[in-house]
Each structure stands twice: as structure tokens, then as C-alpha cells.
Design a protein around this ligand. Sequence first.
Ligand SMILES: Cc1cc2nc3c(=O)[nH]c(=O)nc-3n(C[C@H](O)[C@H](O)[C@H](O)COP(=O)(O)OP(=O)(O)OC[C@H]3O[C@@H](n4cnc5c(N)ncnc54)[C@H](O)[C@@H]3O)c2cc1C
Ligand SMILES: NC(=O)c1ccc[n+]([C@@H]2O[C@H](COP(=O)([O-])OP(=O)(O)OC[C@H]3O[C@@H](n4cnc5c(N)ncnc54)[C@H](OP(=O)(O)O)[C@@H]3O)[C@@H](O)[C@H]2O)c1
Length: 395
Amino acid sequence: MKVVVNDELRNKSGSNPSERSTRHIEVQLPSNITYRVGDHLSVVPRNDPTLVDSVARRFGFLPADQIRLQVAEGRRAQLPVGDAVSVGRLLSEFVELQQVATRKQIQILAEHTRCPMTKPKLLAFVGEEPEPLERYRTEILARRKSVFDLLLEYPACELPFHVYLEMLSLLAPRYYSISSSPSVDPVRCSITVGVVEGPAGSGRGTYKGICSNYLANRRAGDAVYATVRETKAGFRLPDDPSVPIIMIGPGTGLAPFRGFIQERAARKAKGAALGPAMLFFGCRHPDQDFLYADELKALAASGVTELFTAFSRGDGPKTYVQHILAAQKDKVWPLIEQGAIVYVCGDGSKMEPDVKAALVAIHREKTGSDAVAGARWIEDLGANNRYVLDVWAGG
Ligand SMILES: Cc1cc2nc3c(=O)[nH]c(=O)nc-3n(C[C@H](O)[C@H](O)[C@H](O)COP(=O)(O)OP(=O)(O)OC[C@H]3O[C@@H](n4cnc5c(N)ncnc54)[C@H](O)[C@@H]3O)c2cc1C
Ligand SMILES: NC(=O)c1ccc[n+]([C@@H]2O[C@H](COP(=O)([O-])OP(=O)(O)OC[C@H]3O[C@@H](n4cnc5c(N)ncnc54)[C@H](OP(=O)(O)O)[C@@H]3O)[C@@H](O)[C@H]2O)c1
């Protein structure tokens, strides 16, 4: 797919700029590919060239060096075997270079280490006793050290390149919620990408997420390998436009709802009578990361949705989407009673459980239910595709 737009969505200038980056990326769809609002774009990334260069050099190669891989008899080849291939291509297109090292991988590193000082240090992370387990948890897992981080930390390790390649996972595609509607342009779609970047947990330099940085660095005209993936059955706009909807999407969780709202605007333009819609969006500061602010405000003004915002680092008290949801309980509850569908998108580790708890609290207050009945209520709502999620684990 050809990239046609790659814009920054955060405010990076003025007196209160955002330190992070979120990109609005539009791609041209090949003629045989269509999508519906709520679908995902699955993107195959490439590893960062600087990282690829460092890894190649650690094994005594330059990225341009050509090698030929062979597969052991009876084994299935997952990497290109038989033909000459450059070390750079293998490392950038085929394998995950930044995943946390497993204990099995550290065991293999130790097996390929003759240095009497280094070997015991590596072996200290393996073994089933509580001590190495704890050491692995605190020093490797919590700090997200990769095999490559360990190869830099322990230069005496003599891991052969083919063993390194064999131990890595294949580079996985990443999913992004499509943030546009085909009603606006059927041959283009957009995604809204939070760029993962920060001081590396390992303590060594900056950590850059593979796919989000790969996408952030694409320019208009560049090609990316991607495909449209259908969403889970429930994460769809109802066919009947009069069914009320409640959308909750802080941060990049806003993505699919931009598509939903565009679709509702298109239906309205065609004369459909829209039921009520509430959109709850949260970000740090209205000056920094209120994604698509002008567009959302205009769509809200045109009656396509109501917009409720929560600012966690604004001038007032720290506010999250679940707080404004609770504050709107007298509007939210009647919609739920009328059969509203509740959609939640974004961080699945903390935000979604907190939002769920806020909804259960509204149910308990409005119906007098106890905790067990409240939990059963939200479970039933989910089973009936009326509490539907598009969530992922964040940073
Ligand atoms: C269904 C679905 C929909 C999604 N929709 C969107 C979307 O619309 N927009 C969006 O932006 N994302 C979305 N995501 C997330 C997206 O797929 C990627 O996971 C995300 O972009 C990160 O990928 P990456 O390759 O950039 O990072 P990776 O290279 O995969 O790195 C991420 C990993 O690095 C770890 N990490 C983070 N910071 C550090 C650090 N400082 N030091 C060490 N380790 C660190 C994280 O814990 C995480 O395990 C979605 C995910 C799913 C499953
Ligand atoms: N988008 C980016 O540019 C970017 C860049 C690097 C990394 N990431 C990582 O990617 C993930 C998602 O980023 P994002 O941009 O979508 O979101 P985000 O900007 O991290 O968060 C969006 C909003 O949700 C708030 N929030 C935090 N915890 C919450 C909770 N339990 N319930 C409800 N709201 C909560 C945040 O508040 P507070 O932050 O004030 O608590 C913020 O106001 C995060 O883990 C983030 O660290 C994103």
C-alpha cells in the first residue's frame, strides 16, 4: 500500500508542546481491497536500519554482506534458505530483534561462552531455583533486555550468527484500528499511530517500538506491506442508525471512533435519522494531545455525536474518561436502557478495567444491584455484543 499522508497529530510547537508523537497515516488501498469501519490494518514492519547495522557488526558482518542459509534435514525453513541473501535484509525483514530474552535463550548464550568470568554470570539467570528466577525477573524481564542487549553486555559470548537467527521469533505484523470510513474515500484508509519511544528499560539508549517508528518514518509515496483484517464481529456500527451508541476511547483509542463518526456523518447526509451517540475522549492536555480536535468539535457541532473530554494533565483536577462517564450517568444509563452499544478502545491493561468498573458502578446505583449482579450484568452485556472491546496492552 502506498503512503499518501503522514502527519503529526500532536502539538509540537508553542509554549506547551507534547514530548511524544502520534501520527495520522493514510494509505492508498489496492483496487481489490475494501474495508468497513472498525476493521484493522495489519502492517508488516522492518527493523530500524541503525539497529540492524549494530546487530550485524556484533557478529562481524556488514549489512551488505551476503550469506547463504541452509536448513537442517527434517526441519522446516522459516527464513529464506538456499539463495544468497544479505545479512541486512535478514535482520530487517525477518526477525524480531527487540523481544525480551527468554531463560532458554540465555542458556544457549551461556553454552556459547567460554570466558570463565562471563559464563557463570549468564548461568546465574537460568535454573529453576527461586534465586535465578528472581534474578531473571528483575534484571531481564522487568528491564526488557533482549538477546542483543545481552550480547552487548557480555562481549565474550561467542554466539554464532546462525544460532542467533534460529533463536529469534519471526517478525510479526502489528495491528492498527482503521480511523477512517470508506464513505469518505473507499480507496484510502487512515490509521492513528502512537509512536513508542522512550529511555530503554535496559538502561542502554532509547527504546523505539519497531512498527510505530517504521510507520512514523515513511514518507508520502513510500510503500508499506499491509492488509485489512476484519474486526471481531461485535465491534461494528449497528446497521440500524437509530440504535444509541456510547464510544469510549482515550489516547489512540480514539482511532476507530473517528471512523464511526465519519460513517454516521455520511449516513446522516444520505437522510438517515441518527440515534444518540456519546463519545468520551481523554488525553493529557487540550493544548498537547487532543487528537483530531477541530474535526471532532465540528462533527459534534453538526449533531453526529456528543463529545465529552477528560484532561489528565490539564489545568483542572486529573480527569480520566471513566470520571466523565460517571459524571454523565444520568445520560448514559437511559441510553443503556434503550439498548445502547458500549464500545471501548485503547489500553486494555488499566483503562478498560477501570471503565468497566465505572459502568458497573452506574448499574449498581441505578438498579440497586450488588457486586455479583453488577458483574453478571456487564458480562451479559458483553455476551450480547453490547459491551465490545478493541483493546491492546500499552507501553
Ligand atoms: C487489535 C489491536 C489494535 C491496535 N490498534 C492500535 C492503534 O489504533 N494505534 C496504535 O498506536 N496502536 C495500536 N495497537 C498497538 C500496535 O499494534 C502496536 O503494538 C504498537 O504500535 C507497538 O508496536 P511497535 O512495533 O512500535 O513496538 P514493539 O517493537 O512491538 O515494542 C512494544 C513493546 O516494547 C515494550 N516497551 C515500550 N517501551 C519500552 C521501553 N522504554 N523500554 C523497553 N521496552 C519498552 C512494550 O512493553 C511492548 O511490549 C493495536 C493493537 C492491537 C492488538
Ligand atoms: N501516543 C503516543 O504518542 C505514545 C508515545 C509513546 C508511548 N505510548 C504508549 O502507548 C500507550 C497508549 O498511548 P496513547 O497515546 O494511546 O495514550 P496515552 O496518551 O498514554 O493516554 C491517554 C490518556 O489516558 C489516560 N489514562 C492513563 N491511565 C488511565 C486509566 N487507567 N484509565 C483511563 N485513562 C487513563 C492518560 O492519562 P495520564 O497519562 O495523565 O495518566 C491520558 O490522559 C501508552 O501505554 C503509552 O505509554 C504512546
